[in-house]
Design a protein around this ligand. Structure first.
Ligand SMILES: Cc1ncc(COP(=O)(O)O)c(C=O)c1O
Length: 452
């Protein structure tokens, strides 16, 4: 597998060139990586009008992931999600369909900001058995019922799989339901780039999704910000034709070549026996999960590379468990009152797994913690996200927010999955959820609504 971007950047860094172009560090600086940090100089190609080394590298990635086209994002899945929503709207309008999207209610906040920017109409999918805002168990049966009963037919369904807690939806079955109803399936696969390389390929593109984003940086050895936008063979042609302009619509015109080189180098990493290394590492991960269960910890989720511990039955909140581990220099990905999430990759190594297990062994069992979050419920929408983002707001203590309209898109808990969507009315249930997650103040529309 060739690495054209990495090779170009390395050669540029190692040559004696007088850099009279951006960036201002001119290849020198305290970080040590400055010489690799180039811009779109001659020969470096242009992200989002790629015809040279970037296009070549993206084609390598597409071959690895089995997509029709794969596009790089140097600004995470966040950028790819905005592009996905734009492409969906563009497609719907081009074929005279209503640009309505049915989306799992556990969507990342970027989905909400993107739908606000694009003024996309969204209807939420929230199955009855949902007990945390982070997860949303959308089954094929549930989706089929919702789509069959829909008065207004959506043009696309958007789901998050895997979610932050490591739950994977049955994309194969969901895609069959979508095809039956003539609807596109878009997947936020930010946490699942590696799924393609499991012994059983679980990548959304392989299982029938039309389009998806993967944060390469979350589960592959890629610098923060590196992500893919994958388009499947069955997706509307317009997706491939307009993907670069969709990404460019929201992206910086100065992409990081450190990130692009890292995405490029990941192709070689993936092509070089990654599947076998991953399979080998998974034996250790599965063993660790089984051993933790033997000690008495509840492990949730069906995502192989994620370890999500629900420690309340063992007597600890997620925060408490994370703190205990932090004292032993073990830093988790995420903790809240209910869960601690650890993200594992072959780079964690067997030693990393053993170190984590030893730390767990030293924790004494206590009386179970019995506080639970309120089950999420659908809210009354009073404004569209776009209207609410353009309206003046004021900040109030949670108790005074009930009955008011949420203004804030980014209440930072749980992990960027909004408890309430801006424009929705804050009810007792939402207020209780905010309190549970330790949020004491909220921004609400201050009464002077805009007329958009
Ligand atoms: C489910 C989900 N989707 C999207 C994103 C955004 O990804 P990125 O950080 O690559 O922009 C995240 C980030 O954590 C996420 O958890």
């Amino acid at each position: 597998m060739e690495t054209p971007i990495f090779d170009f950047v390395k050669k540029y860094a190692d040559s004696d060139l007088l850099r009279l172009h951006m960036p201002g560090h001119k290849g020198r600086g305290a970080l040590g990586v400055e010489k690799l940090d180039i811009t779109e100089v001659s020969g470096a190609d242009v992200l989002y009008s790629a015809e040279g080394i970037i296009r070549q590298s993206e084609e390598n990635a597409a071959a690895l992931f089995g997509s029709e086209r794969t596009f790089y994002s140097a600004e995470g899945s966040s950028l790819a999600i905005r592009a996905m929503l734009y492409l969906i709207k563009l497609y719907a309008l081009s074929v005279g369909k209503r640009p309505l999207v049915f989306a799992g209610r556990n969507a990342h906040k970027t989905f909400v900001t993107a739908s606000a920017l694009l003024d996309t109409e969204v209807e939420w999918l929230l199955p009855e058995d949902t007990n945390t805002v982070i997860s949303c168990n959308i089954t094929a049966e549930y989706l089929d019922v919702r789509l069959s009963a829909a008065e207004k037919k959506p043009c696309a369904v958007y789901v998050t799989s895997p979610d932050y807690l490591g739950n994977i939806l049955d994309i194969d079955k969901l895609s069959r339901v979508c095809k039956k109803h003539g609807i596109l399936l878009a997947v936020d696969n930010a946490h699942g780039a590696y799924l393609k390389f499991l012994p059983e390929d679980l990548h959304p593109i392989s299982l029938g999704a039309d389009i998806c984003c993967d944060s390469a940086h979350k589960t592959l050895p890629v610098l923060t910000g590196g992500a893919y936008l994958h388009i499947s063979h069955s997706a509307p042609k317009l997706f491939c034709e307009r993907a670069e302009s969709a990404l460019a619509l929201f992206a910086s015109t100065s992409p990081s070549y450190l990130i692009l080189a890292s995405l490029d180098r990941a192709n070689l990493y993936l092509a070089d026996n990654y599947r076998a290394r991953l399979a080998d590492f998974l034996i250790g991960v599965n063993h660790l999960k089984a051993e933790l269960e033997k000690i008495g910890f509840d492990i949730i989720g069906n995502e192989t590379l994620k370890l999500t511990v629900a420690p309340k039955n063992f007597g600890y909140t997620g925060y408490e468990l994370a703190e205990i581990l932090e004292k032993q220099n073990i830093i988790c990905e995420f903790a809240d009152p209910d869960f601690v999430v650890f993200m594992l990759t072959p780079e964690t190594g067997k030693e990393g797994l053993e170190r984590l297990y030893s730390a767990f062994l030293g924790i004494d069992r206590r009386e179970p913690v019995t506080a639970f979050p309120p089950a999420p419920s659908l809210k009354v929408r009073r404004l569209t996200p776009k209207q609410s983002l353009l309206s003046p707001f004021t900040e109030l203590p949670i108790e005074k927010c009930i009955g008011k309209i949420a203004a804030d898109i980014s209440v930072n808990c749980p992990p960027a999955v909004p408890i309430i969507i801006c424009g929705e009315e804050i009810d007792e249930n939402a207020a209780a959820a905010f309190k549970y997650y330790g949020v004491s103040k909220l921004r609400v529309i201050d009464g002077r609504l805009i007329n958009e």
